[in-house]
Design a protein around this ligand. Sequence first.
Ligand code: ATP
Length: 251
Amino acid sequence: MHTALEIRGLTKRFGDKVAVDAVDLTVPRGSFYGLVGQNGAGKTTTLSMAVGLLRPDGGTATIFGADVWADPDRAKGLVGVLPDGLAMPERLTGREVLTYLGLLRGMPRRVVEERAAELLAVLELDTAGKALVIEYSTGMRKKIGLATALLHAPRLLVLDEPFEAVDPVSAATIKTILRGFVAGGGSIVLSSHVMALVEQLCDHVAVVDAGTVVAAGPLDQVRGDRSLEDTFVALVGGQDKEIKELSWLSN
Ligand SMILES: Nc1ncnc2c1ncn2[C@@H]1O[C@H](COP(=O)(O)OP(=O)(O)OP(=O)(O)O)[C@@H](O)[C@H]1O
């Protein structure tokens, strides 16, 4: 039985900077995996390489046994991706974006139309489905991005900051969809800065710091008897740093 996502030695340099340094990560089938790390830790770079959006300098990523770079067609059919800062065709409506992407994937038009209508309704984008993407708010863009990731019924979802800029009502809807996806046998990897959210949703977690994984495994194992936030701060060394006050801000 293959794992949902297997990352081995993934490495990426930008000039002299090693953004991702030989990262290993095993996402078990059926798990809800959270990736946490400070700004610039390497989460987006790791996830982009893992799904075939960014070519690594070294290492491999396999999705249910399909190598993302050697066997991209099979790998990409199995995964739905919500990338960071997703570029959308701005002059299409939400519904047209879904139709366009569904047809590009070779799905029958009838199936695409049915699923698009359902996704727009569930994500409360019915009205917005008729508006151009250029008119969408950041949160609405996240939601239509999530709809495009779900459209082909993938077995693994890789979501970069899916809750960023999403209002609490929409966030609750998205959480229900994601929990349902996992309950139905799907696997999810998401990145987030929000520890409470990761604790609420995920059963596995990896802490990324300066391009390396400093802790990974089942949530309870990683955090022990502490909160994830305390564990995170202790792991990435924030507690030792002296926090300078901005004296000019106080009267
Ligand atoms: N295209 C690029 N060119 C140069 N440097 C880059 C590029 N993309 C990322 N980096 C650098 O690589 C490092 C990791 O960035 P990455 O976006 O993966 O971090 P992140 O953990 O996703 O951060 P955030 O939480 O802020 O989204 C950072 O130092 C970033 O500045």
